[in-house]
Unconditional design. Structure first.
Length: 291
């Protein structure tokens, strides 16, 4: 920690800094009435190889934070928060300036801004930079009281191994539109993180789906869920999701969340039928970086 005012860049946050960031997020959530997307699991698991976190101190306390999250080489996701008492004082502009310099030095082609839909100030800021709207997602949380019983079926769900990389790549390429380079980086990271669990689903010995679950102190997050197009519409998605969620709940993880693209009505209907409820909408804006 430091008592010096201004921006501090970090390769990896220590425990005191993590606690301060999460306390700041809680203060912002209480003031704004909506949750903040900060990817806490990634913050805790930074490898310490590059600068992805920027803190702003004023009056001896943390009042602003910006985090960068690299899921693929072609862009980096960015989100941030400023304490309600210190907004409109240039805090976030200073954080962004430091983060942008880091992106340019690392030759990152573009930023994908994470902007909660309710945040008029956040949206105005990213638009003032020239960022263009890209897509939106709903954040959804499990309502344990609405969780149906596990659906019976003869599916085999097992942990993914390095030998499954090509299969996972093909499924994610078709399901999420990711390109080969991005998929390779993503899978390598997933396989090396102890807090994440990618699983491959097979029927009659034939793999056809993948689903991931991240376990954190504050809850679990379901991600990377895709079923081969040829096997959709047969109820397998429901079986896989319910099996995964019931396993998490049985392990004491009653706070389970996920995200779904706005407009993906089939997936939204599936998640709703399995007990998930929308908690917020997140808009994403793309900003190309040039020199």
């Amino acid at each position: 920690m430091t008592n010096n005012d201004g921006v501090i860049a970090r390769l990896k946050l220590d425990e005191a800094e993590l606690a301060a960031v999460f306390a700041l997020a809680d203060a912002c959530t209480a003031h704004d009435g909506r949750p903040i997307k900060l990817n806490p699991g990634m913050l805790r698991a930074r490898p310490g190889e590059q600068t992805d976190d920027f803190l702003f101190y004023a009056d001896g306390r943390l009042v602003g934070f910006l985090g960068m999250y690299g899921f693929k080489p072609s862009e980096i996701e960015v989100s941030g928060i400023v304490h309600p008492e210190y907004r409109r004082r240039g805090v976030f502009s200073a954080l962004y300036a430091a983060a942008r310099r880091s992106c340019v030095e690392r030759r990152i082609p573009s930023i994908l801004w994470i902007c909660e839909r309710h945040s008029a100030a956040g949206k105005a800021f990213v638009q003032s930079l020239g960022a263009a709207y890209s897509f939106s997602e709903y954040a959804m949380d499990l309502d344990p009281a609405a969780l149906p019983p596990a659906a019976p079926g003869e599916l085999d769900i097992r942990p993914a191994t390095a030998a499954d990389a090509a299969l996972i790549g093909d499924l994610m390429a078709s399901g999420f539109g990711m390109d080969a380079a991005d998929i390779g980086v993503f899978i390598d990271k997933e396989m090396s993180r102890p807090d994440r669990n990618l699983r491959v689903v097979s029927r009659a010995g034939q793999p056809f789906a993948v689903i991931g679950a991240q376990t954190l102190p504050e809850g679990s997050y379901v991600y990377g869920f895709v079923v081969a197009e040829s096997e959709r519409g047969r109820g397998y998605g429901r079986q896989i999701l319910l099996s995964t969620v019931h396993e998490l709940v049985a392990a004491g993880q009653t706070a389970v969340s996920l995200e779904v693209l706005v407009g993906n009505e089939r997936a939204l209907g599936l998640y709703t039928s399995c007990g998930f409820r929308e908690t917020s909408a997140i808009d994403y804006y793309t900003l190309p970086l040039a020199g």
